[in-house]
Ligand binder design. Structure first.
Ligand SMILES: O=C(O)c1ccc(O)c(O)c1
Ligand SMILES: [Mg+2]
Length: 601
């Protein structure tokens, strides 16, 4: 189906918005009146610009406070409408949105509302324009879609139809099944928005917290299925009022928006892009660093051994322990950014299929070879710039990414307790958080868990895990408050072990520094849980944090010092514990701030 986006959903000038919408592949736009009023372009220039960009103007909006008015007030409204219709003719827009009145002058009289809307539609018809009447969730007398439809039906005018907006319908908890009772040709427009479930005033909720379908808590796809059963064949149009999107790069937001519609169209059966190929493990994590020594020291103390070096002579080493593999890249890219987690290798049952899926969902596909001599590897860029490689490790039918890393002699991994990478924590730029979760769900087929708020001493973090079904891929997406805050913006690699106490002791004995945790934390733990003799003292001594879930699952974890933006965590999961110790995160963050204040790093 045709896709459209309201200019209010994007940041910037009208020109910037139109460019971004076109580049992301939208077929049309809803022009928000304020965007036009603030533009130096004449309506004709806007029309021509849209035509040049291949965009149709699907809707002009909004007209407010039109219906159920005293006669003299309604006369003024018609005068206003005539002006707008003339403007729309110059723009080449043929549908106007009228939202239900919030005016204190409006009366609760459906017959009057229907009569006046019919008169408005009469005037519109003279201009070749259609009127789409939408119930705002906070409308004075009309606040539900079925009520708006009853008025449209009563008016019985060919140039008057209804506009459905998923936010207004789902925020009020209206039953969307009733949509199927509206003839498709009387649904003049369909606006789509999702939103997180928040207990707040619906107007504020709508104006500040809408997001793209799939990013919130509404069943937008379910609503669209009902709309499609009516025979509606107009555009799927995104209308998202969102404080973050208003400030972030319009190009990226438009791609995020288009991706959400691609997923939605797949969910409702309108399209069949290549199916997601869910990753089945983490093949490697790649650190890029300007200074290999501290990274090598940290990995060595954790029990990793350098087992291979890139055969093309690139400055990339493979460090390994159990199934945990870390690439250390000291190439040129490192100079600018310092030590950071730059890439993740995802074990993929079908790397080529995964890349096709990614492309269909508008993920930026990266060159398959980084250098001419490299084995080809499918890769895409995540919204935070992390490179995701789709690869195979030790599987018959597929080329092994390790072919580029011939073993560097006997150097057997130091046998220690780390089995594999448990999870990766990636910090997102503040304006890419919702986009990141949708990206990992739609492109990789991972599941997103609820987002949790974590108090950092200097601000609030939000964090949301995306995982595969068996938990062999777990990525924690985190967003911090202050872009300049290094602690909140660190990334980390969590390593799974069966005995975190032994692993922590070995790490320390090998010269590693564990993050010290304040005594108050352990006093509180003693109050909350019962421990065997000496157990708590061991945790206290090593800085091991502890959590227990409601099903008896237990989590023990501790943290290394930080190098650049990266630190490691040692984790021991027991009894099916599925979380990440969110309860302990504020203590960990405060401890990291304290270390940073003391050492400057
Ligand atoms: O918040 C508003 O006023 C507003 C305006 C137009 C719409 O289509 C809408 O859904 C909300
Ligand atoms: Mg709307």
């Amino acid at each position: 189906m045709r896709t459209s986006i309201a200019t209010v959903s994007l940041s910037g000038s009208l020109t910037e918005k139109l460019n971004a919408a076109a580049r992301a592949g939208f077929d049309g736009v809803e022009i928000f009146e304020n965007d036009l009023l603030a533009s130096p372009l004449t309506p004709e220039e806007v029309r021509d610009r849209c035509a040049d960009l291949g965009l149709t103007i699907d809707l002009y909006q909004p007209m407010r406070d039109v219906e159920a008015l005293p006669a003299e007030e309604f006369a003024r409204t018609l005068r206003r409408a005539r002006h707008k219709f003339e403007l729309m003719r110059r723009l080449g827009a043929d549908t106007v949105l009228v939202c239900s009145s919030v005016s204190p002058l409006a009366v609760d009289d459906d017959a009057l509302a229907a009569g006046q809307l019919a008169r408005l539609a009469d005037l519109a018809q003279d201009f070749g324009i259609r009127v789409a009447y939408e119930a705002l969730a906070w409308g004075r007398h009309v606040s539900t879609y079925d009520h708006a439809w009853r008025i449209v039906e009563a008016a019985g005018h060919p140039a008057l139809g209804t506009c459905l907006d998923s936010f207004h319908i789902l925020s009020r908890g209206s039953d969307p099944r009733g949509i199927e009772g509206i003839p498709g040709e009387k649904i003049f427009f369909l606006q789509l928005a999702d939103a997180p479930r928040l207990a707040m005033d619906v107007l504020q909720w709508s104006r500040h917290h809408r997001c793209f379908p799939g990013q919130g808590g509404f069943d937008v796809a379910g609503l669209v299925r009902h709309v499609l059963r009516t025979g509606y064949d107009g555009p799927l149009s995104l209308e998202v009022f969102n404080d973050v999107f208003r400030q972030s790069d319009a190009g990226a937001t438009a791609v995020d928006a288009q991706r959400s519609l691609r997923l939605l169209q797949e969910q409702v059966g309108l399209t069949a892009p290549p199916a997601p190929v869910v990753p089945t493990g983490v093949a490697f994590a790649e650190l890029v660093t300007p200074d290999a020594e501290p990274v090598a020291a940290l990995l060595g103390a954790l029990g990793f051994a350098r087992t291979a070096r890139h055969r093309g002579g690139k400055p990339v080493d493979l460090w390994q322990q159990g199934q945990a593999r870390v690439l250390v890249n000291t190439g040129t890219a490192a100079r600018r950014e310092g030590t950071h987690l730059a890439a993740v290798g995802l074990e993929s049952p079908d790397p080529a299929g995964a890349a096709r899926r990614a492309e269909a969902l508008l993920a930026p596909v990266l060159p398959r070879r980084r250098a001419p001599q490299d084995a080809p590897l499918e890769a895409v860029a995540a919204p935070d710039g992390t490179e995701l490689f789709f690869c195979a490790t030790g599987r018959e039918a597929l080329p092994d990414w390790r072919a580029d890393f011939p073993a560097a002699g006997p150097g057997a991994p130091r046998a220690t307790g780390v089995r594999r990478i448990d999870h990766l924590s990636l910090t997102q730029p503040w304006h890419h958080f919702d986009e990141a979760a949708l990206f990992h769900r739609s492109v990789l087929g991972l599941r997103a868990q609820e987002s949790v708020d974590v108090a950092d001493p200097y601000g609030l973090l939000r964090s949301r895990a995306v995982t595969n079904a068996d938990g062999s891929v777990r990525i924690v997406l985190t967003v911090g408050p202050a872009p300049a805050d290094d602690t909140a913006h660190a990334q980390h690699i969590a390593l799974a072990t069966d005995d975190v106490v032994a692993a922590a002791r070995r790490f320390r004995a090998a010269g590693g520094r564990l993050l010290p945790i304040p005594a108050n934390y352990y006093d509180d733990l003693a109050a909350r849980h019962e421990f065997a003799d000496g157990e708590l003292e061991t945790y206290r001594e090593l800085g091991i944090l502890y959590d227990r879930d409601t099903h008896g699952g237990v989590f023990r974890h501790c943290y290394t010092h930080t190098v650049g933006r990266v630190f490691f965590e040692l984790v021991q999961r027991e009894g099916g514990y599925r979380g990440y110790g969110a309860q302990n995160a504020p203590v960990r963050l405060a401890a990291q701030h304290a270390v940073r204040a003391l050492t400057g790093g």
